[in-house]
Write a protein that binds this ligand. Structure first.
Ligand SMILES: Nc1ncnc2c1ncn2[C@@H]1O[C@H](COP(=O)(O)OP(=O)(O)OP(=O)(O)O)[C@@H](O)[C@H]1O
Length: 333
């Protein structure tokens, strides 16, 4: 294992930021720490980095007991959301910085910087100042700088958080490809489930200072450990006494066994999808169903129509903590 976190606890005054965190992250893996704001992701990342100390528990990096090692001795590279570059140094010098303070030979530094700038597709920008780069280019420079010292682990705290949606998307594809090339063990913090699902080999869901679940994107999506994980990894809607994904509901225009009858209150076309809101008797919140436009057209769905809803075969469903359907209400049409 590259990173082993055992029994880590952290409080700020009375506030419990992390509670009994245990994690083993294999060498070469790209792991996302995913969770809502304030859940403890950054605190955990900072404890792994050595920027913060745990109240109890241990951190082992590449087999080395690191709990009390200062940050400089952990051989970790970081990138934060707002990357602090040296404004007066060129892109190349920024990337070279970690190597220069380690007094590496000039020729070695030059070769390494060229290699890294090529890796992050900034070859043409070596002589620019950071202020002459776009936000996305600056974050790529930050990654090159973090990689320059050949860290055993790379820690990224919302590295693309400050960028607009399109650039974020490009950079996340790029990060995945970069990781496939360099295979450095990487942990990145995000509160964006799509980002985690698209990029990570494994996702650690962190909420209220605890790990809710660890698993591959597929595992988490298909077999969420609880209602929280299910809700955090994608949209969820209530149908009777279960909660499930809106695209996991089958819609019929005639009564079917076990189906709940409802009335379409709204039909919204978003790109290639149609989102259908269905009011079901006795259920407070409408059921949301998502389907393709073609499917909705084939069924001839329109607002005001009566439909019958049933979980699709093989749908992932968890029991509702508060059943959406009041007891004693008629369920089937
Ligand atoms: N130095 C500190 N002093 C007091 N409380 C802190 C400190 N650092 C963090 N916290 C608290 O610990 C909790 C966890 O914070 P943390 O930054 O780890 O969350 P997060 O999951 O990374 O959230 P975000 O996505 O918003 O960055 C928060 O409630 C935060 O207010």
């Amino acid at each position: 294992m590259s990173i082993d976190v055992s029994g880590v606890n952290k409080r700020y005054g009375d506030f419990v930021a992390l509670q009994d965190i245990n994690l083993s992250l294999p060498t070469g893996q790209l792991t996302a720490l995913l969770g809502p704001s304030g859940g403890g992701k950054t605190t955990l990342l900072r404890i792994i980095a050595g920027l913060e100390t745990a109240d109890s528990g241990s951190v082992v990096i590449e087999g080395v007991e690191a709990t009390r090692l200062p940050v400089q001795k952990r051989n970790v590279g970081f990138v934060f959301q707002h990357y602090a570059a040296f404004k007066h140094l060129s892109v190349a010098r920024n990337v070279a910085f970690g190597l220069e303070i380690r007094k590496k030979p000039k020729a070695e530094i030059k070769a390494k910087v060229e290699e890294l700038l090529h890796l992050v597709h900034l070859d043409a920008f070596a002589d620019r100042l950071p202020s002459q780069l776009s936000g996305g280019q600056r974050q790529r420079m930050a990654l090159a700088r973090a990689l320059a010292i050949e860290p055993s682990v790379l820690l990224l705290d919302e590295p693309f958080g400050a960028l607009d949606a399109k650039v974020r998307k490009e950079l996340r594809d790029w990060l995945r490809r970069l990781h496939d090339e360099v295979h450095v063990t990487t942990v990145f913090v995000t509160h964006d489930q799509e980002e985690a699902l698209e990029v990570a080999d494994e996702i650690v869901v962190v909420n209220e200072g605890r790990v809710e679940q660890v698993g591959s994107p597929d595992q988490l999506y298909d077999e969420p450990a609880n209602d929280f994980v299910m809700g955090f990894l994608g949209e969820v809607t209530g149908l009777g006494d279960v909660r499930l994904r809106p695209h996991d509901i089958e819609v019929a225009t005639h009564p079917t066994p076990g189906a709940l009858q409802g009335t379409i209150t709204r039909l919204l076309r978003v790109g290639f999808e149609v989102r259908v809101a269905v009011a079901v008797a006795g259920q407070d919140a409408p059921v949301t169903v998502v389907m393709t436009r073609t499917h909705a057209r084939a069924l001839g769905l329109e607002a005001g129509a009566t439909v019958w809803l049933v979980p699709a075969e093989g749908a992932t469903a968890v029991a509702s903590p508060t059943p959406a359907l009041a007891e004693g209400e008629p369920v089937a049409g």
